[in-house]
Write a protein of this length. Structure first.
Length: 339
């Protein structure tokens, strides 16, 4: 097994204008690879790739991955495929499940078939730890039964199963990485209520209190984006196939600890159904198979986020009232009696 990243390859990154994808594209170029990004810019931001535009080894194709005829030619001659393109967030997936199925399931099959036709050497599927739902075991290993609680989690899990099936049936060299609570510069700033860092940083810039769900003692496996990219690159450089591996920080942190590090006032809002009190990855498998370990602590990661806080200046500033409105569908469909 090779544990050093390779270079001189033709790499295709779906969702490369997104938070993780833009960091991955940057890293692959830095290591001497050619990078083709496919993104429809539904959530990805072209500006996050602007600093790469002058690199002759970089190109972007604006396309919907579910449109197979539109994307398949881009895969010709590709060595490695990194499939990150997806629709994210909980509430929109509850409200628009067919859109999520098209992007996360139909889109994944389209990418798999294009990769298979091109006989790519590596296919990395970016999965989500949301597939575990509210697990019974912490830290949570990969063999924990899947229990997705909402359409986003379900469609990402189905996409993962398709990717693994394409390995089983067609021999496509697939590995799936299940990510936990990623944060870092370029974290999404969309108008959808969602990931905690974007919410808190916009509130801090606006001088508003942090809106903490429940009592803030719930914990999350906050994992810095550079560690995530390291795991992706190391996986692609290995000869592992047909495996699912968790990628996390090797720890779990209370939301109250996060607000303490960010600095500011706090107000508490009602706990939401369908959310775990803890996310905490068992990363013993990726440590054993790849020797990967996270390098960036929560404290260091938060410092980096604060150094880059101006990125969130145009992000929406959420208040208890706007959060209540935005999550009404969540409470309607995911109350504890139904789950």
């Amino acid at each position: 097994m090779t544990n050093s990243p390779t270079s001189g390859l033709r790499c295709l990154v779906t969702g490369g204008a997104g938070f993780i994808g833009s960091h991955l594209a940057e890293r692959l170029l830095d290591e001497g690879n050619e990078v083709i990004v496919i993104d429809n810019f539904a959530t990805g931001k072209p500006n996050d790739l602007a600093h790469l535009a002058d690199n002759p080894k970089f190109s972007i194709q604006q396309a919907d991955i579910a449109d197979h005829e539109m994307i398949r030619a881009a895969f010709e001659g590709i060595d490695h495929v990194y499939h990150l393109a997806a629709m994210a967030d909980i509430v929109p997936s509850i409200e628009n499940p067919m859109i999520y199925h098209r992007a996360n399931v139909d889109g994944t099959i389209s990418v798999l078939e294009a990769a298979r036709a091109a006989a790519v050497k590596r296919f990395i599927y970016v999965a989500s730890s949301s597939c575990y739902g509210i697990p019974d075991v912490y830290p949570t290993p990969e063999n924990t039964p899947a229990h997705p609680m909402y359409p986003y989690a379900l469609t990402k899990y189905i996409g993962e199963q398709y990717a693994l099936h394409w390995h089983q049936t067609y021999g496509l060299p697939v590995v799936s990485l299940r990510f936990f609570n990623i944060f870092g510069p370029r974290h999404r700033t969309s108008g959808t209520y969602g990931a905690v860092f974007g919410v808190f940083l916009a509130q801090k810039l606006a001088g508003q209190p942090f809106t903490v769900v429940g009592d803030g003692t719930q914990t999350r496996d906050f994992t810095f984006v550079s560690d995530i990219v390291d795991a992706i690159v190391l996986t692609a450089a290995s000869d592992i196939v047909g495996e699912v591996m968790n990628v996390g920080s090797d720890d779990t942190y209370a939301i109250n600890r996060l607000t303490e590090l960010l600095g500011g006032e706090v107000i508490y809002i009602p706990k939401r159904p369908g959310e775990p009190d803890c996310t905490f990855a068992d990363i013993s498998k990726i440590k054993r198979l790849l020797g990967w370990t996270p390098q960036v602590s929560l404290e260091d990661g938060v410092r980096i986020m604060l150094d880059n806080i101006d990125y969130w200046r145009e992000a929406p500033v959420w208040t208890p009232d706007t959060i209540k409105d935005a999550t009404a569908t969540w409470f309607k469909h995911l109350d504890s009696e139904q789950t």
